[in-house]
Design a protein around this ligand. Structure first.
Ligand SMILES: Cc1ncc(COP(=O)(O)O)c(C=O)c1O
Length: 342
């Protein structure tokens, strides 16, 4: 193991380049878990797909090792503890005869690459559910988010693009699912008539008052969406191209309505950590949020470790993005953020 990390990366990249060019037999390199994680993240950030990076496995002593693969090798990352899964091909590999549905989350306003995912769901005859809480009105290849799957789930919680205070909606074009959902949301009442329950149900009904607020929100939808675009564009103008600040990659073929502008920072380029930055920004009256935790961070879910998701989660800072945010406030937020740079 080389002492200097940069040298280490260069050496590995050199090898990666060689194996890509000549399709030579891949070689094994032993690395510490942290180094494996850093390498995968670094290569992925530079646009290499997992299939191009290589296999990460643990040897018999439990030490992770990276096997670098050639460009055309379409092997899936198979590992015991260290995993990097984002590729659509991985979704298919995860499907078993117990799989009932694929649930995709359209994060921060961007939409997942739906075409291949729809194909996988159809091919395997399983439901496709879209979590559109953060991406209402986003389009992909001309079609609205939430209309690709069997169910599209929307949130009208207070911070969302349109709000009714709390509450949400589910859309479907499947009459059976519609019937079932209507029943579950209303105490599981049977078709036999009032106060007869033949299924466990809940009270998920939206109140009339909330519906009225929702209608009023829709009446000013154009203004809300224009503002969302203005906010995103201004953040991009102020913060893109800065070494140490990266924007979310937008799915090809999509027209996103960015719900929250979340940037990924390289903490090495800043004088303070991401969490200190959140505190310091608050002192300047700027409320920001950290990234969402990946599933594996929460023992409840007991899932495989996803280093890429981990790296994103730890370095995300979500910036104020509400529709009434003024241009000068965005400028203030951006200059405050930049003031923490080395
Ligand atoms: C992706 C995503 N899914 C689901 C939810 C939950 O929505 P609700 O609070 O309306 O149930 C949220 C946020 O609140 C979210 O961001």
């Amino acid at each position: 193991m080389l002492k200097n990390k940069t040298e280490e990366f260069e050496k590995i990249e050199e090898k990666l380049g060689e194996s890509q060019e000549t399709e030579k037999k891949p070689s094994w390199i032993k690395m510490k878990p942290k180094e494996v994680e850093e390498l995968v993240v670094k290569l992925a950030r530079e646009g290499n797909s997992p299939a191009k990076i290589g296999l990460i496995l643990r040897d018999k002593h439990g030490i992770p090792k990276v096997k670098l693969l050639g460009r055309k090798v379409e092997k899936i990352l198979k590992s015991t503890n260290v995993k990097y899964i984002t590729e659509k091909v991985e979704i298919e590999k995860k499907i078993t005869n117990k799989t009932k549905a694929i649930l995709v989350v359209h994060n921060y306003g961007n939409i997942c690459d739906m075409e291949p995912i729809v194909k996988i769901a159809k091919k395997n005859n399983i439901y496709l559910i879209e979590d559109v809480a953060e991406a209402p009105f986003t389009k992909y290849k001309g079609k609205s988010a939430g209309t690709f799957g069997d169910l599209g789930c929307f949130s009208f919680q207070a911070t969302k693009t349109i709000t009714t205070g709390e509450g949400g909606a589910v859309i479907t074009d499947n009459p059976e699912l519609e019937k079932k959902m209507r029943k579950i949301r209303s105490h599981g009442l049977s078709a036999r008539g009032r106060y007869w329950h033949d299924e466990i149900g809940y009270n998920f009904r939206l109140t009339n008052v909330q519906a009225a607020i929702g209608v009023a929100q829709l009446e000013k939808l154009d203004i809300i969406l224009q503002n969302k675009k203005r906010i995103y564009d201004l953040y991009k103008k102020n913060l893109s191209g800065i070494d140490g600040i990266a924007f979310q990659k937008i799915t090809h073929g999509s027209e996103p309505i960015i719900w929250a502008v979340a940037v990924k920072i390289n903490q090495e380029k800043f004088r303070v950590s991401r969490d200190e930055m959140i505190d310091k920004l608050l002192e300047k009256n700027i409320e920001t949020r950290p990234g969402f935790y990946p599933f594996h961070a929460m023992p409840l879910y007991n899932t495989d470790v996803l280093p890429m998701a981990d790296e994103i989660s730890k370095n995300i800072i979500s910036l104020p993005s509400f529709a009434a945010l003024k241009d000068e406030e965005i400028e203030y937020i951006c200059s405050s953020l930049k003031s923490f740079m080395k």
